[in-house]
Design a protein around this ligand. Sequence first.
Ligand code: AMP
Ligand code: GLY
Length: 428
Amino acid sequence: MNVLIIGSGGREHALAWRISQSPFCEKLFAAPGNAGIAEVANLVQLDASNHAAVIGFCRENDIGLVVIGPEAPLVAGLSDDLAAAGIKHFGPSKAAAQLEGSKGFTKDFCREFAIPTGAYGRFNDASAAKAYLAGQPLPIVIKADGLAAGKGVVIAATETEAEAAVDACFEGAFGDAGHEVVIEAYLEGEEASFFALCDGAHAIAFGAAQDHKRVGDGDTGPNTGGMGAYTPAPVMTDAMMQRTMDEIIHPTLAGMTMRGIPFKGVLFAGLMITDTGPQLIEYNVRFGDPECQVLLMRLKSDLLPALIATAEGTLDKITLDWYDDAVLTVVMAAKGYPGTPEKGSEIRGLQKPASNPGVEIFHAGTKRNETGHVIANGGRVLNVTARGANVAEAQARAYAAVDAIEWPEGFCRRDIGWRAVTRENENP
Ligand code: AMP
Ligand code: GLY
């Protein structure tokens, strides 16, 4: 079948890399893609917000499956329009995408279906929010309700800081996303990203990873989309994975069906593993970036049949096999990220490290200039990914590849995977 991938990040490069290897994939297209995706797919200049144009392209090119990578087109209802046009797609409907698009929606949903998450309040004005704050323990978490690219969250250590965060939200610091504010209890524990494919009726676990959200070594500095990740996540033991399926994923699937908005796609649960078990911090309705890159490198099974089964409602017929290896990815970003990254610098020396066994370099914000050179074209630019017998070995290989890339205008964290490597050193 012919497949169209929507998106242009490292996540979409990893999806394209795996889908292009499938014997079921005939022609692969990506819109808009990037310089790395161009190695395995045909790039098309389609505007994903123009649903009619996407549908037209699918009809002209006999597309059998559209794989929607990022959240924005999902929240904008691309799936619904594809469904109405009879085009098979991977990704939830607009109504189901509220699990990511509205934090307030998800908190109310968790309360209704007894899904473990922190205590919270939802507010439409600053004075009610501040009145609620007065009685709450510190630290406390203030969130803009809508999509804010990971930036709409403040963990406030004092009431003054919390009040300032509330004011900033209502004064438009996160644009439209901040028209409503969610105030949430601070959860203590270790974070993990958990993934499950869901077809509306069935769910299968798709593994767990740990991400590094802060820009600086030692988990310092501002939040980013993610500076690196690894899988498996040691905190997600088989027992914790099973609890997450039983206590969070399955009740969510059942609740969404009960509300008449079945969830089909990948459910990404941002978890806090607390003393009492997994608690939901947030849902995303798409693969994590860069978590997807490490999950797909660890997946032994063909990805495409699993995506098709998700779209068709036949996930009960699918089993997934995984390599025993650990996989780790280091994000190389353009200087200035997560503020204003410098664009246009040339990246050299990609060929040699990419040919090392067990190394894949996924492109995020890259493009080719008029002379055919790869240049930086975004904040997060490359995902240097490696497998190893354990996280320490994957980490050493990934950084060896990073060091071979010639890009002085880029930077990365030097400690991706530190938590898992410390554990491995303590329990060899
Ligand atoms: P979110 O955008 O909801 O994933 O939040 C961004 C980051 O803020 C998370 O990855 C956590 O590190 C942190 N965070 C969010 N909510 C909480 C919470 N209730 N308790 C502790 N940390 C949180
Ligand atoms: N890496 C976190 C995310 O994709 O939201």
